[in-house]
Ligand binder design. Structure first.
Ligand SMILES: *Cc1c(COP(=O)(O)O)cnc(C)c1O
Ligand code: SF4
Length: 357
């Protein structure tokens, strides 16, 4: 049997199994035994946990917490609102739309890791929302909408689907003349790198008119291993670019040193930082949220100018009207009738002649 399937069959989703990896704290134990919530991770990802530290960034992303039951700021029916499911054009359940030329195609609600901070928690973790994942219905809708040139396949985690299903989705999409690119959002390079098998490489691989892009989600440097590096290299070898969509998480990556190291380490395994997401206003994840300003402060203090330009993600809030960028705003200080005054990361200023229109 393939290792990735074994990993999924042995998913760590009970107190007994978790105790094989860590010394479970009394709070963790209480939350696991009393809360009715879907949780779990791969044995691989569990093996990266710090056995003695409940504040371990992996433990915080994987193990349920009573804090999830406190909800002061989260919006009810968040996904319906966020994905514009209740308003506007009629669409199949599996199609989320915020833009004219691209859509998100949700193909499953299964994941290899049930992230405690997931903004799709209502669908994926709490399962209060159920959607119909009808591949044919989604594919038909895409065929009919000739303005859609970019299809982002998401979930859940789409790479949990069998090779056959993925092959079918990719093959069908590649037959649609107006589809110019396919994207996958998958955490498997981080939580289940074993998923990037030679068989999958065959399906994704080779030169084709329609490129495949992947964005994974890595939030802390300890999530990056030799196996991550190999999985990413294998994806690149078959022509698939790999980016990262980090989530800004309080107590996990919201300090300058961790934040810089995360982005440097991503590049060291050939993952290009794409987005940093503000942790969304979904219910039950208040305890992971920072101020909105925090993300741009971290880019200002940890990344821009301080390290490799390729390490810089775009900081965005994902909203019901699309993603809104929130980059630091110190660069542009002033404009006179003759010049612009610009500031760098060290606080030094310089000028640039102003050209009138
Ligand atoms: C995030 C998202 C996209 C893709 O946005 P990009 O900025 O192009 O990466 C497309 N559709 C929906 C519904 C999304 O949430
Ligand atoms: S892998 Fe993605 S969809 Fe699944 S729980 Fe994590 S953040 Fe949510």
């Amino acid at each position: 049997m393939q290792e990735w399937i074994k990993q999924l069959q042995n998913i760590v989703n009970s107190l007994d199994k978790l105790e094989e990896f860590i010394n479970v704290s009394p709070e963790e134990k209480e939350a696991i035994t009393s809360m009715k919530t879907k949780w779990g991770t791969t044995p691989y990802f569990a093996s990266l946990m710090d056995p003695d530290d409940p504040a371990c960034p992996i433990r915080m992303q994987v193990i349920p917490s009573r804090k999830e039951q406190v909800n002061c700021y989260g919006l009810q029916d968040y996904l319906i609102f966020k994905e514009n499911r209740a308003v506007g054009e009629k669409r199949p359940d599996c199609i989320a739309r915020q833009y004219q030329d691209r859509i998100a195609f949700t193909v499953t609600d299964i994941c290899a890791n049930y992230c405690r901070h997931c903004f799709r928690k209502e669908l994926v973790v709490d399962q209060e929302l159920s959607l119909r994942f009808d591949l044919n219905e989604g594919l038909d809708w895409i065929r009919e909408h000739t303005e859609v040139r970019d299809v982002l396949i998401t979930g859940g985690d789409p790479f949990i689907l069998s090779d056959d299903k993925l092959d079918r989705i990719i093959t069908e999409l590649r037959r649609i003349p107006h589809v110019e690119m396919i994207r996958f959002g998958t955490r498997t390079p981080i939580v289940l790198p074993q998923r990037i098998t030679p068989e999958l490489m065959e399906i994704l691989g080779d030169f084709h008119r329609i490129p495949i892009w992947i964005n994974t989600q890595c939030n802390h440097p300890v999530e990056i291993t030799q196996q991550t590096a190999e999985a990413v290299f294998n994806l690149l070898k078959c022509g698939v670019n790999v980016g990262n969509q980090a989530v800004l998480l309080k107590g996990i990556n919201d300090d300058v040193d961790t934040f810089r190291l995360l982005h440097q380490k991503l590049l060291s395994v050939r993952i290009r930082p794409y987005y940093l997401f503000y942790c969304e206003a979904a219910p039950g994840i208040d305890h992971f949220r920072t101020t909105v300003e925090k993300g741009s402060e971290l880019i200002r203090d940890a990344l821009r100018g301080h390290t490799t330009g390729l390490a810089q993600p775009m900081y965005v809030i994902a909203t019901n009207i699309g993603k809104i960028p929130l980059m630091p705003d110190y660069y542009f200080q002033e404009k006179t009738d003759k010049e612009y005054i610009l500031k760098n990361y060290k606080g030094q200023t310089t000028t640039l002649p102003l050209i009138s229109e």
